[in-house]
Structure formats: structure tokens, C-alpha cells
Design a protein around this ligand. Structure first.
Ligand SMILES: Nc1ncnc2c1ncn2[C@@H]1O[C@H](COP(=O)(O)OP(=O)(O)OP(=O)(O)O)[C@@H](O)[C@H]1O
Ligand SMILES: [Mg+2]
Length: 264
């Protein structure tokens, strides 16, 4: 089933979850499985709240809700950058369930490579040295879905946009995953997508932000209320307002690291 199939959210919410594996290199309990109902089935990621590793800067037990809040923001804006994600009970208690995105491994969007190997048209983010001292660059593609993702990360204050959290879907769309470290009230934007600093936001991104802003005056707070605090919602609105007032990709704020580590 296509991740954007309209039947997916209800299936995620009400289907029977069966766990078939665990993503071993993940730092939290990130499980892989299927959700089935009425003969329909999708593969999913299930992150039980109970499996969340405590962090110094985010309140305990809130990561799953932040992932759902990030999905709701993405949908309200029309970015459709987050695979459908719900909060529900599962085999290890309440947690987030997100549809699994099959990826096209031929289609790269973010990379670390030698300066001579940068694909044409890609944007450089960082120059570094490899383990043997050889020069390396962190680069990403210059395509509209990534521009939308970068704007989404700014307004959700995403502290963890690693290269591995940017997926090229087999369905041709681009998806972001792992939004547990979003929507904090303090500035924590950490991303590999810095390629457009100082450039104006594309027009459709501005339109999406306006849609999001009007949803924040309408029904979105009711939906977000279950997942984030009122202050976090107010700060989200303030970030949208600030970006609409100055519709350019901002520079790193200078507080804390601008790039997540590891970058992949
Ligand atoms: N919905 C999804 N569809 C496809 N792949 C996914 C999905 N969610 C996660 N993944 C893959 O699994 C990896 C680990 O998942 P995720 O980053 O969400 O877990 P995590 O526990 O937060 O891990 P870490 O803290 O190590 O980043 C991702 O980097 C991505 O490659
Ligand atoms: Mg991750």
C-alpha cells in the first residue's frame, strides 16, 4: 500500500499490530512490524513510549507524541513530508506507529563524499576530513521536496535531521522520519539541510506556511494539544510567523551545534 493511500491512517490506528523485528542500530526501542485489518496490511515502525531513552533536554515520555505532532503539522501545511503516524496502544503499551516507507536506494538525497565526487547541482553544507585525513564534504540534492523538508524542520524546530532521516520513497516522494526531537520551545534546529541559507523560500513553501498559520488559528491546536504543551504550540506559531515575516532560509542560530552528530 502506498504510504499516502488515504486508508493508511485508519489502518494504523485500528489494525492489529504484529512485531517482526527490531531496528538494531536505533537508539530507542524501534520495532518493525505489520498492521492488518480487513484484509489490508501495511508495514510499520512502532516505538513504544516505554522504550524511549531518557534525554537531558526533552521531557521523558514525550518523543512518540512529538512524532505524531510533527506529522499533524506536516499535513496541516500540506508538506506531506512525514509518513502517516499515529499514537495508539500496541504490544508494548502506548507508542507511535508510523507507516514504513520502502526506499529507492539508487536515489540519494544526502551524502558524504570526496569533493571531486559531488553530484552536479548538489549543495555543500560542510567540509571535513575523513579518518585518514582525506577531504570529505557533506552535500545534499537541490530539489523542491528537500526545500519543503528544510522549511518544515525550521518551523518544527527539528533537532535531528540526519542524512539517514531523509528517505527517497519508492513511490517517488521524499519522506522524513524520526521526529521525536521536535517542537521544543528553545532553539534546537540541527539539520544537514543547510544548503539554501540566505535564499528566499520557494513560493509553494510560503503558501504551505500560510496554510499552516491559518490551521493554527483553526482546528490544529485541538489536534496538537494531546501531544505538545501550550507553550510549545505558541512557539510553533511564533516560528511560522517569523519565517513568513522574513521568508528566507535562516542561518544557524549560533546556539549549540547546527548539524546533528553523527550526521547520518
Ligand atoms: N517510517 C519509516 N520508513 C522507512 N524507514 C524508516 C522509517 N522510520 C525509520 N526508518 C529507518 O530506521 C532508522 C532508525 O529509525 P529512527 O531513526 O526513527 O529510530 P531511532 O530509535 O530514533 O534511532 P536513532 O536515535 O539512532 O536515530 C532510520 O534512520 C531509517 O533508516
Ligand atoms: Mg534516527
Amino acid at each position: 500500500m502506498d504510504p499516502r493511500d488515504p486508508a493508511v491512517p485508519a489502518l494504523l490506528r485500528h489494525g492489529r499490530i504484529e512485531i517482526t523485528g527490531r531496528l538494531v542500530d536505533a537508539s530507542n526501542a524501534t520495532l518493525f512490524g505489520t498492521v492488518t485489518a480487513d484484509g489490508a496490511q501495511v508495514q510499520c515502525v512502532y516505538k513504544p513510549v516505554r522504550g524511549e531513552r531518557p534525554l537531558w533536554d526533552f521531557p521523558d515520555g514525550t518523543l512518540a507524541g512529538r512524532e505524531v505532532a510533527a506529522y499533524l503539522v506536516s499535513e496541516a501545511a500540506g508538506f506531506h513530508v512525514v509518513p502517516p503516524t499515529v499514537l495508539r496502544d500496541g504490544p508494548f503499551g502506548p507508542g507511535m506507529v508510523q507507516v514504513w516507507v520502502d526506499t529507492d536506494d539508487e536515489r540519494e538525497l544526502v551524502d558524504v563524499c570526496a569533493p571531486a565526487d559531488v553530484p552536479p547541482g548538489w549543495l555543500g553544507v560542510l567540509r571535513a576530513r575523513g579518518s585518514r585525513g582525506e577531504p570529505a564534504v557533506l552535500v545534499h540534492a537541490d530539489v523542491p521536496p528537500l526545500q519543503a523538508m528544510a522549511a518544515f524542520d525550521i518551523v518544527t524546530n527539528n533537532a535531528d535531521r540526519k542524512g539517514g532521516h531523509v528517505l527517497a520513497g519508492l513511490d517517488g516522494n521524499v519522506y522524513g522520519v524520526d521526529h521525536g526531537l521536535c517542537l521544543h520551545t528553545e532553539d534546537k534546529l540541527r539539520t544537514v539541510l543547510w544548503g539554501w541559507v540566505g535564499r528566499p523560500l520557494p513560493e509553494d513553501v510560503v503558501e504551505a506556511l500560510k496554510r499552516l498559520r491559518s490551521e493554527l488559528d483553526d482546528g490544529l491546536p485541538d489536534a496538537l494539544n494531546e501531544h505538545i504543551t501550550l507553550r510549545e504550540m505558541r512557539m510553533l506559531t511564533a516560528r511560522v510567523d517569523a519565517l513568513l515575516a522574513n521568508p528566507c532560509y535562516p542561518e544557524p542560530s549560533g546556539y549549540g551545534p547546527a548539524i546533528p552528530w553523527p550526521a547520518f
